[in-house]
Design a protein around this ligand. Structure first.
Ligand code: GLA
Length: 366
């Protein structure tokens, strides 16, 4: 019998490159998904297929990294074998997705989470929510080799319709924040740029942020505030100073945003998004010409409260907070300008919220 599971992508309202620095994040699961089907077969061969790509097939006892799309799925098998000693036997696993890859919407975490939720159910592994997102993150950290934080896998498991999730990644405490945008809406602009730098760049930033903390003589960013940074500027040197400045200031912006969202002051939230983008572009240096152009163009437009790059960066998407009334015009102008400037089509869509990963029936359509 074939069973079907979905896991959502996410946007992140604010709190970028803070999750692996024991900071705060504010992600929202969205209505773009990875849909995964699993069917047990006799024998011990596992076959993975994905949207017209060459299927990958291997014996369940030999899980090896191949440096392609299948690693996200294999990583989960590998972690479960390593942690629980699960024997899977033969399986056909197929994925479909309407979540653009490399767009900063966390398609890799959605694949990992869809896989772990499917295996959890199919093999009655009895993993709780915490184990689901932790093991999915472990697959990416230890098998795929990207030292990502926990935000994406957490959002794909814990997402809730009409809510953002305010997560403290130090304590792993979270709170659902109602996402009532009223006359406003979140739009995503996908630059369609995916710089090859992203994986290496991500791990490098993580290392730099850690080094800055070490120079400051602290063991957690939660013990660092602005007043610790300024006097240590020379000791840190410009690069480490700016990396730490981003982390500390971004955490403050997340706390401020949570307050603002509960009293629906969207103009002020927009201002924080722009400050976040500037900090990511200038201090953390994870933006690029394309996403800078989108944000800089948007922020001059009527009806836009704010915008910023989301996700790891080095390309990917921009999230914009806009007045619903102006949406059509904003999208039209943005597409024209982007085409003129880069000769590329800009994708854009309105974001709707979603629940986290779950089993669905075979009629589920993407
Ligand atoms: C990627 C990672 C997350 C997080 C963001 C940046 O999406 O998977 O853990 O670090 O980048 O905020």
């Amino acid at each position: 019998m074939k069973r079907y599971f979905v896991a959502p992508g996410r946007i992140n309202v604010i709190g970028e490159h803070t999750d692996y620095n024991e900071g705060f994040v504010l992600p929202v699961a969205i209505d773009k998904y990875v849909l995964l089907s699993v069917e047990k077969t006799s024998g011990s061969r596992i076959t993975l297929s994905s949207m017209g790509r060459e299927p990958v097939s291997f014996d369940e006892s030999r899980i090896e990294k191949t440096g392609d799309w299948s690693d996200y799925l294999k990583g989960v098998l590998w972690v479960l074998k390593d942690q629980l000693g699960t024997e899977f036997g033969g399986m056909n696993i197929e994925i479909h997705s309407n979540l653009p890859e490399g767009a900063g919407l966390s398609s890799s975490a959605a694949v990992e989470v869809a896989m772990i939720v499917a295996l959890n159910s199919s093999f009655n592994l009895k993993l709780d929510e915490t184990e689901l997102y932790k093991y999915a993150q472990m697959a990416e950290n230890e098998f795929v080799g990207v030292k990502c934080g926990v935000m994406d896998q957490f959002a794909a498991v814990m997402g809730k319709k009409d809510k953002a999730i305010f997560l403290d990644t130090l304590e792993m405490r979270y709170e659902y924040v109602p996402l009532e945008l009223g006359d406003y809406t979140f739009l995503v602009f996908d630059s369609k740029v995916h710089h090859s730098l992203s994986r290496g760049g991500y791990n490098t930033r993580r290392e730099e942020a850690r080094k800055a903390l070490e120079i400051l003589g602290k063991s957690s960013y939660r013990d660092v505030s602005m007043v610790d940074l300024f006097p240590n500027r020379a000791r840190l040197g410009e690069l480490y100073y700016r990396r730490a400045l981003h982390v500390v200031s971004e955490n403050m912006r997340v706390l401020e945003s949570v307050k603002i969202m509960s009293n629906s002051n969207f103009e002020n939230l927009g201002r924080l998004l722009i400050q976040s983008h500037e900090s990511l572009a200038l201090d953390y240096e994870v933006s690029c010409d394309e996403t800078d152009f989108i944000v800089n163009t948007l922020k001059e437009m009527k009806g836009v409260s704010g915008a910023r790059m989301i996700g790891a960066g080095f390309g990917g998407s921009v999230l914009a907070l806009c007045e619903r009334e102006e949406e059509k015009k904003i999208v039209e102008v943005m597409k024209t300008r982007y085409k003129e400037r880069f000769g590329m089509d800009l994708d854009s869509y309105e974001v709707r919220t979603s629940d986290g990963a779950r089993e669905v029936d075979s009629s589920f359509s993407l």
